[in-house]
Design a protein around this ligand. Structure first.
Ligand code: ZN
Ligand code: ZN
Length: 294
């Protein structure tokens, strides 16, 4: 008998591959009895996006219903840089984000999750201005206006010149946008820990969430990426590892999955796809998270 997150009152799943068609991601999630799922909406190593087929779209929706995958989110392409000072990349990134919204809408997926970009040397404030300008332009598109897809901004580890490692930056960006209801935030525990926030203890989490509430607002928190961290706190290293096997550890994840402000949110694993003692790592990580749930 496999543990099922619904029995724990949780929305829990992982990022799953779309190889073989978007709808096959739901089969993969169902194999692990996940009730939440994150996908890419296309091959994210390329700017070219193949149009989704009617078969995939219908298959995706039907399978989600059939297998009880109650939550789904699209993770945008890593090629996007909405804060780029380079005109061509910035233009492509805006089009890219609109395309992600369009595809999520077609698939009945309520949200896309995106990294907010890197200033690549132009400076933090210039990067933020650029990002806000990009999002405001996106807000005027028919695709944005004719859908209700939410755009979730993900915190980062703060590697290089990436924006969004500081909750205050996310708050600043959100304050400047014109459709507050269409935006939310995703906290990635590995990224937050690498950026210096304490996710390893109950007291640390309490403090971290208080700061998030001050800078962004807990009502904006829509999604949690559950990833342990290979690197120590504050090292700005974005290296995910299995739940409980990194520097955040069991105590930290027990706090995250049980805290009254986070326990009802969807939890998505982005932990390495490999085998642990002969068992699929997704299975091991899902079981670990349910084990920590009170
Ligand atoms: Zn991400
Ligand atoms: Zn993440």
């Amino acid at each position: 008998m496999v543990n099922n997150p619904a029995e724990f009152g949780m929305l829990l799943g992982a990022h799953m591959s779309i190889a073989g068609g978007i709808d096959s991601s739901v089969d993969r999630a169902a194999d692990f009895e996940m009730n939440a799922l994150q996908i890419f909406s296309h091959n994210v190593r390329s700017w070219d996006t193949r149009e989704l087929t009617e078969e995939e779209i219908e298959g995706f929706k039907k399978k989600r219903e059939e297998f009880g995958v109650d939550y789904a989110v699209v993770h945008t392409s890593y090629l996007l840089n909405l804060a780029s000072p380079k005109e061509d990349l910035w233009e492509k990134s805006k089009k890219g984000l609109v395309e992600e919204i369009r595809r999520a809408h077609l698939l009945d997926i309520p949200a896309i999750n995106t990294h907010i970009g890197a200033h690549t040397g132009s400076g933090l404030e210039t990067g933020i201005d650029r990002l806000v300008e990009a999002l405001k332009e996106i807000e005027t598109t028919d695709v944005f206006e004719n859908s209700s897809v939410k755009v979730l901004l993900e915190n980062t580890a703060g590697e290089g010149t990436k924006l969004g490692s500081d909750f205050a930056e996310l708050g600043e960006v959100l304050d400047k946008l014109d459709y507050p209801d269409r935006y939310g935030v995703c906290i990635d525990t590995c990224h937050g820990f690498a950026a210096g926030y304490d996710f390893a203890t109950e007291a640390g989490l309490e403090e971290t969430l208080e700061e998030f509430d001050r800078e962004v607002g807990l009502n904006k928190l829509d999604l949690i990426h559950l990833n342990d961290s290979v690197g120590e706190r504050g090292l700005h290293k974005d290296r995910h590892t299995h739940i409980g096997r990194g520097e955040i550890g069991n105590e930290g994840f027990a706090a995250v999955v049980n805290h009254p402000d986070t326990r009802k949110l969807p939890f998505i694993l982005e932990t390495p796809k490999e085998k642990l003692d002969g068992i699929e790592a997704d299975r091991v990580n899902l079981d670990k998270v349910m084990d920590l749930r009170e």
